[in-house]
Design a protein around this ligand. Structure first.
Ligand code: EPU
Length: 342
């Protein structure tokens, strides 16, 4: 069988970490950027929509599935483009497992993505939602990326600024949804050691253990340890990481919130607005640890929904609605789903 075989009626639950939803009418793997171009031409000729899947760790599939062609990105590669005393610039194939990439850079004493350890998914998926954790964001180290532009049928290079990165956001999931198929990313990583102070939860972890020497490996190991509890392993407990984005509110809304809930956690953002942990908002509704429509609200982190025994997407949608309504009812704060929906 060649890499370009197009399969039919492929159950997408097997390709997403939430493990629910229907089938793809057509499904093929792309091992090179040329494969992507060929598959796009094939889909176009048959007027089929196309959707790109990497690790499936941030995608939710509806019960009706997808009536088009799923392109499963398997493009590999790890190539050093530049290397000096301060930094190394590396081009990474979109299909590489993200955590393997982090591990490889940490072992090489490179800094910049060590706090993004143990995030499921692929390198090509990372820019779509601008993955972020423990004080680092992909946007901090991404120089550029290559993508197949479905509008012009060309491979293009997008610079960091072209990607319009923001909190859990980029053009790939906002202004230009579906236009670009990312084939590689280029990161510039530093040869300096990671520097304290770290993100709150990480710093607390180090303080409690009296850790004072910080290497990339020390940070990576700490993040893996912290995440183990808060983010259940999707292989044992199907989930898509944070199921909601943290809420962003104006200062007057924060003022109102603190009047009623003086202990509400909040983080000021660079634009003067405030981020409220949605995990905290959900916890206040009393749903933490409960099962709603077969979906469990994780008992150690209310931001995570686990597919406990949902019969399909309809169950997930019902659970989501109850949570969104409860948070809105209590706080008048709308919350948004974080994973993409197919
Ligand atoms: N909190 C609660 N109850 C909960 C969960 C959280 O009260 O059930 C409060 C606590 O006050 C805690 C605060 O929320 O101090 C922040 O929690 P945490 O540091 O765990 O981070 P988060 O805001 O819940 C975000 C990201 C995670 C990322 C962590 C660490 C989003 C949507 N989530 O979660 O990213 O790992 O920070 O940096 O921004 C993901 O996107 O899938 C993801 C896991």
């Amino acid at each position: 069988m060649s890499a370009m075989d197009i399969h039919q009626q492929v159950p997408l639950k097997n390709y997403t970490t939430m493990r629910l939803g229907g089938s793809a009418a057509y499904f093929a793997e792309a091992h090179t950027a040329e494969d992507v171009a060929t598959l796009h031409r094939t889909a176009n000729a048959q007027h089929l929509p196309i959707f790109v899947l990497g690790g499936g760790s941030n995608t939710i599939v509806r019960d009706e599935g997808f009536a088009g062609l799923i392109v499963h990105i398997k493009i590999l590669g790890f190539e050093v483009l530049a290397d000096d005393i301060y930094s190394m610039t590396i081009k990474i194939g979109a299909g590489e497992n993200w955590d393997k990439v982090v591990e490889r850079t940490v072992v090489s004493n490179l800094s910049g993505i060590e706090a993004l350890s143990a995030i499921p998914g692929t390198a090509g998926g990372a820019p779509v939602q601008n993955i972020g954790a423990y004080g680092q964001e992909l946007a901090d180290t991404l120089v550029s990326l290559e993508a197949y532009d479905t509008t012009t049928s060309q491979i293009v290079t997008l610079q960091n600024a072209d990607c319009q990165f923001a909190y859990r956001s980029s053009i790939f999931r906002e202004a230009e949804t579906g236009r670009y198929i990312i084939t590689s990313i280029t990161l510039k990583l530093s040869k300096n050691l990671p520097n304290p102070p770290f993100y709150e939860a990480l710093q607390r972890y180090f303080d409690e253990r009296k850790v004072t020497i910080f290497t990339q490996q020390v940070v990576r190991d700490a993040v893996i340890d912290i995440r183990r509890d808060k983010l259940p392993n999707p292989i044992e407990f199907p989930n898509a990481g944070s199921f909601f984005k943290n809420a962003i509110i104006e200062d007057w809304q924060l003022h109102d919130l603190k009047k009623q809930y003086p202990d509400a956690p909040s983080y000021e953002m660079s634009d003067g607005r405030f981020k409220i942990p949605t995990g905290w908002l959900i916890e206040q509704t009393g749903f933490k640890g409960q099962v709603l429509h077969g979906m469990r609200i994780h008992d150690k982190n209310a931001l995570v929904l686990i597919n406990h025994e949902a019969t399909g997407y309809a169950d997930l949608a019902a659970a989501r609605q109850e949570i969104v309504d409860a948070v809105y009812g209590k706080f008048r704060i709308p919350i948004e789903q974080e994973p993409l929906e197919l």
